[in-house]
Design a binder for this molecule. Structure first.
Ligand SMILES: [Zn+2]
Length: 105
């Protein structure tokens, strides 16, 4: 599998004045593969002592590679600041619901 695709979008202007070049990174959806770094969304506690937060995670398995609907269900090694835990059958959700994973932002 190739490295994550990254497209640099460069803006230029023909207006007089200092040259303006702004780069905007655009990430494209792609199938997850083992060893990729993603975000896992932790669950908050019911009384909000802890809020739901993004945590760094490493993809440890892809449960249904190539499946159109289940191909983005993965196992993760989640790297919390105070410890590590492993979890399986985690669904992809770019809306960042608790208990899901998404690409880093
Ligand atoms: Zn995130």
């Amino acid at each position: 599998m190739s490295l994550r695709h990254r497209k640099e979008k460069t803006m230029t202007t023909t207006e007089p004045g200092p040259a303006v070049a702004a780069a905007e990174a655009v990430y494209y959806p792609q199938p997850p593969t083992i060893c990729r770094m993603v975000h896992y969304v932790s669950y908050g506690t019911p009384n909000a002592e802890y809020t739901s937060e993004c945590r760094a995670a490493v993809v440890t398995e892809v449960l249904n590679p190539g499946d159109a609907t289940l191909g983005e269900t993965v196992g993760l090694c989640v790297l919390n600041p105070t410890g590590v835990f492993f979890n399986r059958t985690i669904a992809h959700d770019e809306q960042r619901s608790p208990g899901s994973w998404h690409w880093p932002h």
